[in-house]
Design a protein around this ligand. Structure first.
Ligand code: CUA
Length: 336
């Protein structure tokens, strides 16, 4: 029994129940609320079934236990039509009670989505990071997903390699991202806050490290962010940073973009120093960035960034340059 409770407690911890920013049990938007309601309904029914079965089982255990002096087998019963019909009909009815609202809510959510009023975000999942594009705003970014509060956001999701799943537990979801195909989901955050996102489909060695972060701010703050990101300066300030930019142009630009220049195989780095985490998981500071550039595979196994075997002085210059890529913006939310 003690072991059972330990396992249950561990499960709760592992499923992130302790963290409201990563929990479907603290819904923070209309989609998550509908889904939470369905969860409560299903859980209630399941708990009811469990209780009835458990009580019947206990009753049979006590009532028909072997009494002292009793020998031989008790009377054997084979088949009981009435009982069999009852225990077929009850689950059928319970399934209907769960199925009707599940389907209705699905259609209802679809109906509540209106393309004209929603903001569009294209999501591309990569091993093991997230690319976010705002087609109407001409913005390209990675890892930190900014959205305005109180507004529907339509996500068009796809994948650059294998199947991943886009999931922001506190806002709703999840939805698979499939290579060569597009899926759609709309979500909305009711109030400003940080909500954590996860990849929810086993996708390779660093699947568990494929985190991202949603930053929900009011519309004015969001517009400010969008403008600042779009007009971010990427000109190096110090001499060391200038050297860093040279290294970047030689070794990194094929995969990474800064500003409007560069490839799209790796995350866009325009505001790298403004992100709270590196690669979605590491504290964002010079030391960790240095470690990452030295050996990316050690930090996030299986990711697509090769070890460039850069000498330390080039890494230092790169760290300096990337450290300058900061936009002058404060989301006003408590740091995580
Ligand atoms: Cu991507 Cu799991």
């Amino acid at each position: 029994m003690r072991l059972l409770f330990a396992v249950m407690a561990l499960t709760l911890v592992l499923t992130g129940c302790g963290d409201p920013t990563l929990s479907a049990l603290t819904p923070s938007g209309p989609v998550a609320e509908s889904q939470f309601w369905l969860m409560k309904l299903t859980f209630g029914i399941m708990a009811g079934v469990f209780l009835v079965v458990f009580i019947l089982w206990l009753y049979v255990l006590v009532r028909y236990r072997k009494k002292s002096g009793q020998t031989g087998y008790p009377k054997q019963v084979e088949g009981n039509h009435k009982l069999e019909i009852i225990w077929t009909v009850i689950p059928f009815v319970l399934l209907i009670i769960m199925a009707v609202p599940t389907v209705t809510i699905g259609f209802d959510l679809e109906k509540r989505y209106d393309k004209a009023e929603a903001m569009q975000v294209n999501v591309t999942a990569h091993q093991f990071w997230w690319e976010f594009e705002y087609p109407d705003l001409g913005i390209h970014t990675a890892q930190d997903l900014y959205i305005p509060t109180g507004k529907k956001v339509q996500f068009t999701v796809t994948s650059a390699d294998v199947i991943h799943a886009f999931w922001i537990p506190a806002l709703g979801g999840k939805i698979d991202t499939n290579p060569g195909d597009e899926n759609h989901i709309w979500l909305q955050a009711d109030k400003p806050g940080i909500y954590k996102g996860k990849c929810a489909e086993l996708c390779g060695a660093a699947h568990a490290l494929m985190d991202f972060k949603v930053v929900a701010v009011d519309q004015a703050k969001f517009d400010e962010w969008a403008t600042k990101l779009k007009t971010a300066s990427v000109t190096p300030k110090t001499d060391l940073a200038k050297q860093g930019q040279e290294v970047f142009k030689k070794s990194c630009i094929g995969c990474h973009a800064i500003g409007s220049e560069g490839g799209r195989l790796g995350p866009n780095l325009t505001d790298l120093a403004s992100r709270e985490r590196l690669a979605g998981i590491l504290p964002n500071n010079a030391e960790e960035l240095h470690k990452w550039l030295k050996d990316p595979q050690a930090m996030k196994p299986g990711n697509k960034m090769p070890n460039l075997n850069l000498p330390d002085d080039q890494i230092n210059a790169l760290v300096e340059y990337l450290g300058e890529l900061k936009i002058d913006y404060d989301n006003g939310l408590p740091k995580q």
